[in-house]
Design a protein around this ligand. Structure first.
Ligand SMILES: Nc1ncnc2c1ncn2[C@@H]1O[C@H](COP(=O)(O)OP(=O)(O)OP(=O)(O)O)[C@@H](O)[C@H]1O
Ligand SMILES: [Mg+2]
Length: 227
């Protein structure tokens, strides 16, 4: 298994109120597999992806990525694992506003140990990825000069930069028209269905979800197979 999650629980506390978001959530994703997660707004899909990606520690349970116990390791080890093995597409993109698209896409490569030796290669790869999402002409533009869907595609290119084994994508086609969404989805699936790779994608779009190998439903804090 490339990704496993067992008995995940997670609650948020706001003053006296406690929101239980995940309760005994389990998931296992094999190499080469793509999994879509659907569920109502507020069901906890983004929270789940953050927990799976080493970004938000669960209250209970554990996550493994490529055999590594994500929350059992030190913070520095987790940061390294995220840089080398996990590509994350945030629901709200999180592009660096002062960097142009090319710089944004290259950024994850700078966290790799041999970055300085491969700076030229990283740039070439970043340009190729921008081309793959239809943004070759916009490489030198700042995020604020782009539409929401263009920023979304740049965020996807950035997530793929280090050839991560696991891609976690939060509604990666949410702001795209059907045709552009299909192009992006083709790229995402072609790069994550290969040996040693996997994709977990949150989406509200059933047509998009059904292109994945499995569709799971997040409700009442748990992950369920669709009947
Ligand atoms: N940092 C936080 N502090 C407090 N509550 C939070 C926090 N993050 C999320 N929540 C709450 O947890 C619940 C799940 O949020 P989450 O963002 O995971 O939902 P979602 O399924 O991704 O929704 P959407 O489809 O609208 O993106 C929501 O009720 C939200 O208000
Ligand atoms: Mg969300």
């Amino acid at each position: 298994m490339l990704l496993t999650a067992e008995n995940l629980s997670k609650s948020y506390h706001l003053g006296k109120a406690c929101i239980e978001v995940l309760r005994d959530a389990r998931l296992a994703v094999d190499e080469g597999e793509s999994v879509a997660i659907i569920g109502a707004s507020g069901a906890g899909k983004s929270t789940l992806l953050h927990v799976l990606g080493g970004l938000d520690r669960p209250d209970g349970g554990n996550v493994t990525v490529a055999g590594n116990d994500v929350y059992g390791m030190s913070r520095a080890q987790r940061t390294r694992l995220r840089a080398t093995d996990i590509g994350f597409v945030f629901q709200s993109y999180h592009l660096m506003p002062e960097m142009d698209l090319l710089e944004n896409v290259v950024l994850p490569a700078m966290a790799l140990p041999d970055w300085l030796h491969g700076a030229g290669r990283a740039r070439t790869r970043a340009l190729g990825l921008l081309d793959g999402v239809g943004l070759a002409e916009r490489a030198r533009h700042l995020p604020m000069e782009l539409s929401g869907g263009e920023q979304q595609r740049a965020a996807l290119a950035r997530a793929l930069m280090n050839e991560p084994r696991l891609v976690l994508a939060d509604e990666p086609t949410g702001n795209l028209d059907e045709t552009t969404g299909d192009v992006v989805l083709d790229l995402l699936l072609s790069l994550t269905r290969g040996e040693g790779h996997a994709l977990v994608m949150v989406t509200h779009n059933r047509r998009v979800a059904e292109r994945c190998d499995r569709v799971l439903h997040l409700s009442d804090g748990g992950i369920h197979a669709l009947d």
